[in-house]
Design a protein around this ligand. Structure first.
Ligand code: HEC
Length: 114
């Protein structure tokens, strides 16, 4: 009977340890570091999907967003912020997902790092 109690206690302690390890570790393991909020790591993809069907030509006034310099020029003039965040007139047809909108906003606010 004593052995049974000891084994049961040991099992309970082991289970408790395993559970506490899992719950304390999960935030670091499941939230894999997101890609850095830079043009190269994450913004280019958003622009490719939502803007670059139209904004891909350096000859045209509306700009070439397939290159960092093309987007940065519009940000420096404030046109990007105006069209995308204030008027929300870009993209003209399908609006950005809330997530993409958020990322672009944070990126610009962080100084639009390359
Ligand atoms: C369907 C084509 C199309 C898509 C998609 C599109 N744009 Fe545009 N965009 C245009 C056109 C055309 C103009 C020029 C409009 C004008 O001058 O009235 C423009 C103008 C702009 C301007 C102002 C440029 C300037 O020099 O005045 C910005 C900034 C801009 N777009 C950003 C974006 C962003 C950011 C996206 C994606 C989130 C996007 N656009 C998606 C067609 C598009």
């Amino acid at each position: 009977m004593k052995n049974f109690v000891r084994i049961t206690t040991a099992v309970i302690i082991c289970v408790a340890i395993i559970i506490s390890c899992k719950t304390t570790k999960s935030p670091t393991t499941t939230t894999a570091t997101p890609p850095a909020l830079t043009y190269t790591a994450s913004v280019k993809k958003i622009l490719d999907q939502n803007c670059n069907g139209c904004h891909n030509n350096p000859e045209k006034k509306k700009g070439d967003f397939t290159k960092y310099a093309g987007v940065k020029a519009k940000i420096d003039k404030g046109e990007f912020q105006e069209e995308v965040f204030q008027k929300k007139s870009m993209p003209p047809k399908e609006p950005l997902s809330a997530d993409d909108f958020d990322k672009l906003k944070k990126w610009v606010e962080a100084g639009a790092p390359e």
